[in-house]
Write a protein that binds this ligand. Sequence first.
Ligand code: AMP
Ligand code: TRP
Length: 349
Amino acid sequence: MAFEPSPVARQRPRVLSGIQPTAGSFHLGNYLGAVRQWVALQETHDAFYMVVDLHAITVPQDPAELRANTRLAAAQLLAAGLDPERCTLFVQSHVPEHAQLGWVMNCLTGFGEASRMTQFKDKSAKQGADRTTVGLFTYPILQVADILLYQADAVPVGEDQRQHIELTRDLAERFNGRFDQGAARPTFTIPDAYIVRETAKIYDLQDPAVKMSKSASSPKGLVNLLDEPKASAKKFKSAVTDTDTVIRYDTEAKPGVSNLLTIYATLTGTAVPELERRYEGKGYGALKTDLAEVFTEWVTPFRQRTQEYLDDPESLDSVLAKGAEKARAVAAETLATVYDRVGFVPAKH
Ligand code: AMP
Ligand code: TRP
């Protein structure tokens, strides 16, 4: 008899997302584009969040740094407001099913299809072809596996991840179409991207035409949350705006000012039109100085909390161990269905 997954009693829709532990500190784009939404969604959704260390080794890494940065990423997620009582927080490599389902999904993906992933094209162009690994090429397919293992309904991410979520939907539909004949339930839930329009893309403070990114050409446009707040305040004060003086939200004509307004509005919970009113007749200098202050006020306790979690590595590791256990229970069930439906002989126990 074919294996059927037990119907999981789910009161809430499920979300899943991941963040890489490559850079050490999260930057403001990570926080506003993704992590903030993770924190909000744990109140309304069955939420799974992970530090994607398997993804981190697709580019050259130092083992000691990766280990430190993985714990540092978890500490920052907790400091940002994730609560292990409300969500499942874990490290990707603690759940072997990610790599296992990743392989199956690799075998379902066309070479041309994978070649069209723009993030791969960007990253490999930056590194040069001779330093680009096959792991980097199949990175989006591992992400597909991450999402499908948990039967996620929605995936909170920034705009740059939209194409990977589209690939996830395509491959889930392909698998279900090919292997679900006669099954009572589809193997995979088809997930939606959950992208909050206002903060989907936070821009570089020096070059508001490109997204804020850890691989920015100049560090002056990148706001790292764990940097000295004074250094970040300076970056806000020297942010590129335009030669006009009017503070107005207009992403076409005033991308720099609009970016600052978005950041200000989100950090303080103030609507952008209200900020426009408040700064009427005032110059860019006032806006930048105030934003530097708003950011400092927000980031200071964040940095303190991160340090507190780091100072207690045993508790941190135990949060992650509990998370992995909860994650594995879900992941194992999905993988068992997949293995059965593709035609693997069950292992005797
Ligand atoms: P990464 O650091 O690449 O692992 O990204 C983690 C999360 O942050 C993903 O959901 C990204 O989409 C999001 N993200 C990264 N950079 C930005 C940005 N500049 N604006 C908005 N979201 C971003
Ligand atoms: N690729 C994502 C990024 O660079 C990180 C990621 C890995 C992820 N697996 C995921 C995001 C699963 C959402 C769901 O930001």
